[in-house]
Design a protein around this ligand. Sequence first.
Ligand code: LLP
Length: 418
Amino acid sequence: MDSFTYQNGRLCCEEVVLEKIAASLGTPTYVYSRDAIERAYLSYAQALEGQDALVCFAVKANSNLAVLNVLARLGAGFDIVSQGELERVLRAGGDPSKIVFSGVGKQPAEIQRALEVGIFCFNIESDAELDRVNEVALALGKVAPVSFRVNPDVDAKTHPYISTGLKENKFGIDIDHARAVYRRAATLPGVEVVGMDCHIGSQLTEIRPFLDALERLLKLIDELAEDGISIHHLDLGGGLGVCYTDEQPPSPDEYVAAVLEKLAGRQIKLVFEPGRSIVANAGVLLTQVEFLKHTGDKHFAIIDAAMNDLIRPSLYNAYQEIVPLTLREEGEALAWDLVGPVCETGDFLGKNRLLNLEPGDLLAVCSAGAYGFVMASNYNTRCKPAEVMVDDNQFYLVRERERLSDLMKGEHTLPADR
Ligand code: LLP
């Protein structure tokens, strides 16, 4: 969270006092630092300088157009999982020839659109999907560049909901079956085999599982070479973890250096699909304390942000720091559960947090730039928060707060005579 610092007791994003944003746009509001996003992206890009490589930001982590545009301006590629994400990248000025299309269930119309705009590669996850891509490409008179997502069966040692590289997960093609799929693909006229990919999980805090996966993929690449199938790029997916509290994940440059060492002497283009490590610590969620409530031996702070705005604590029991926008000298800190207005016991953003609170206080939920707004919902018919980007000493509204009229758009009651 280097771009969020206290200056004279007030939390700032770059050179903007966060209270100013809350006063002008209300809460809950997501705030992103342009500088933090750029620095995180550049830590990958610079570690890869001089290499044939592509850093494709995983759009699912944060798909705000301003975020995508900042990355597109730096020459980033993008990892998408839907036509919706594709259209966002194009709208934000992203280069289609740097897009990889991941995901287990691509629709024919999505494949068609991606072929029309000329993406870099389809990351294919099953035999049936290979046939679908082949058919759509043939119908358009095109050849689809494809890679297969190989499931290397390694333990990413992360939360079971975000671990994806084990045999029992729905993702990818079993490594023991992959050679056969590649051979079949080589015979299909609508596809051209260009790459191999994997993604073993998210929020990894060690390099070892990445290297284990890499070793297994390299072995497969060598076997395919014996079959006359050459792999031009290797996509290692995303997954590098960040510090939410006291984790000590490797930095992007340490991770990239370890990968490059393993690849020494090989002529292969490298692709990465980082999401969280680019944006998580570039964002916070601003929220206000509505009421303080004491029941039994518990202290509840009811805040205006809820699980529908940021679901990670409720869904994964994820820990994100919560800090005051203004440090208070007087008064006593208590252990608070910070809960939202949604009617669910699981609606909390933090539990047992030692804070010195008063009603009306403004707080920041930290590390909220990844899988924050993108996972927000309208549960309880609540409007999604506004999004703001800070650039040095200026802030810009990059997504308006939803209005109730937006929420009822497209809904109809039955005719009066029914
Ligand atoms: N590539 C693929 C194919 C993926 O499935 C993912 C994330 C990424 C790249 C980016 O991974 P990252 O660098 O962000 O770890 N909602 C969860 C995280 C789900 C990750 C899903 N896949 C969370 O809030 O922790």
